[in-house]
Design a protein around this ligand. Structure first.
Ligand code: FPP
Length: 248
């Protein structure tokens, strides 16, 4: 399905989160360096951001670099950081034109200084944009995010701002990096693996999961539309019966 006019707008997820996997294998299959896979992956990022915006997705979260990814060979980390910087510099104008706000999840202070500077500049300049929020998960880990949230709450409890008895799911959610944003409705993982890999562990509790063999550099407009169409055919029950959801 290439034609977006066929999509039922009510069935477009408000928040899509994506684990972009398979860049390395895509490159290896072509006997090219892994970084060539990441480079092609940036073109997929562009295509997916554009399509998501076009079909009315309000929040798009991309797992671009995990806390564990720091352990990759130095040259690969350096290459990924350079790609990220170039992407941010090149896309600022497009984000502004398309009313896309850039936001970052994770420990961004661990990023190299030059990348952090560009990232914060793009975040600042797009802060007023409202049509879609693009969250880049950078130096991100779900368990790390929860621990940081718990620490913030513990400090508030110590200061007397909260009573531990009052802590709730809503209050925890407000201390996560995704504070103020809805949970993902649809989680996509490319590259054939069926794991969460420490991504948005709290937030994906009720997300529909969509796994595809397609490696990230081959995941473009058509593949995103297929995932969204599959999501639209599923019935989300949130623990209720089918009859309850249909209002019977
Ligand atoms: C997983 O593939 C992908 C990554 C670790 C990084 C994703 C990064 C990009 C798509 C490019 C930069 C991002 C932005 C937002 C501009 P892998 O290397 O784990 O693949 P493999 O499992 O086949 O080895």
């Amino acid at each position: 399905m290439e034609d977006t006019s066929e999509l039922d707008i009510r069935l477009v997820p408000s928040h899509i989160a994506i684990i972009m996997d398979g860049n390395g294998r895509w490159a290896e299959e072509r006997r090219r360096p892994r970084l060539a896979g990441h480079k092609a992956g940036v073109d997929s990022v562009r295509a997916v951001v554009e399509t998501a915006r076009e079909i009315g997705v309000r929040h798009l979260t991309l797992y671009a670099f995990s806390t564990e990814n720091w352990q990759r060979p130095k040259a690969e980390v350096k290459g990924l950081m350079a790609l990220l910087r170039t992407y941010l510099e090149a896309e600022l104008r497009t984000m502004l034109t398309n009313d896309i706000r850039l936001f970052c999840l994770g420990q961004r202070e661990r990023l190299p200084r030059d990348v952090l500077a560009v990232l914060e500049q793009v975040m600042r300049e797009t802060a007023h944009c409202r049509a879609m929020t693009l969250n880049l998960a950078l130096s991100y880990g779900g368990r790390n995010e929860m621990i940081r949230a718990i620490r913030k709450m513990a400090v508030k409890c110590k200061d007397g701002q909260f009573d531990p008895e009052d802590l709730s799911e809503e209050i925890l959610a407000e201390h996560l990096d995704t504070a103020g944003q809805p949970d993902p409705d649809l989680l996509i993982r490319t590259g054939g693996e069926h794991r969460l890999s420490n991504f948005l562990l709290w937030q994906v509790s009720y997300a529909e999961l969509y796994f595809t063999e397609t490696k990230w550099p081959d995941f473009r407009k058509q593949q995103l539309l297929e995932a969204v169409a599959t999501y639209g055919r599923r019935q989300r029950r949130f623990g209720k019966t089918g009859a309850q959801v249909r209002g019977e």
